[in-house]
Design a protein around this ligand. Sequence first.
Ligand SMILES: Cc1cc2nc3c(=O)[nH]c(=O)nc-3n(C[C@H](O)[C@H](O)[C@H](O)COP(=O)(O)OP(=O)(O)OC[C@H]3O[C@@H](n4cnc5c(N)ncnc54)[C@H](O)[C@@H]3O)c2cc1C
Length: 289
Amino acid sequence: MRVAVIGAGIAGLATAAGLAKAGAGVEVFERGPRDAVPGAGISLFPNSRAALGSMGFLEAYDQVPYGPCAGTRTVMRRPSGRVAFSLPPWARPQVRMLHRNDLREFLLKCCNGIPIHWDTAVTVTDDGGPSGSAGITTADGRVSSWDLVIAADGLRSITRDFLGLDPGLRYAGYAAWRGVTRGPADTGGMAGEDWGNRQRFGTVPLADGRVYWFAVTSVEAGRSAASDGLATEKEAAAREFAGWYPAARSLIAQTDESEVLRHDLYDLASHSRRFIAAGWRLPATRRMP
Ligand SMILES: Cc1cc2nc3c(=O)[nH]c(=O)nc-3n(C[C@H](O)[C@H](O)[C@H](O)COP(=O)(O)OP(=O)(O)OC[C@H]3O[C@@H](n4cnc5c(N)ncnc54)[C@H](O)[C@@H]3O)c2cc1C
């Protein structure tokens, strides 16, 4: 079976690796460059390990360095720094805390041998109908046919839109700053997510001693440092969390300005409809003009 995967994010790379391992002839199409560095960190819960294990990548995954869970107390603090809640050691989630770039490099290793076409944006131009080959087209007009096309092109998927399955997006009501400290930073042996009034702050130690942090605030969509009259997003995060406990402020201070990301958070407005339901045939095969 020949499979095209659109998108080399976490979903696209993991799917490509799993399908190739199962014997499919897979190629990945990614509009971004190979050397793009995905920002900040990520916490992976045990279901991701189970999924990677079911695809045969457990041994390799267990070699990826992750943050020090064992010696770290998982807490929820108040903005003052007072610990409101501390998980007993036996109840700690088996979370692995990684830099997103390490996760990406691991997934790329799992995709060894799979052609990945970087800098190649594609669109689905033929859904293939119930039994035909699906077609994709690159920006410079190259067309190819596939038994299966996997749309792993993210939250703003144009493929989902093309197939008429896009439920639209819903603003979650908050924006997040994220960053990784420029060097090892002291967390006082604690990690977790702290809750204030319309604000949250997360502390996530990484394997090399650096710390991934996130700072979330409930605010209308579209705001930015510039719209608030500030020079950088680091300044905006520092101002928003100026009243928080010193370790939180210190993590922001120990991060380079260029490494501070800010995003408004969106979800799908509702569940996406299924492409092909049992017994239902597509009314007509769709082709782009
Ligand atoms: C602030 C924040 C914090 C998060 N923290 C966590 C966490 O701690 N743990 C966790 O499990 N999850 C977390 N998530 C969620 C997680 O990051 C996402 O679920 C995941 O990154 C989605 O991956 P994806 O591959 O589906 O999409 P994406 O990462 O968006 O990848 C889609 C890819 O498709 C490419 N693409 C798009 N269109 C085309 C096209 N036409 N042609 C070719 N390529 C195309 C894009 O360039 C991109 O590389 C967080 C999300 C946010 C926003």
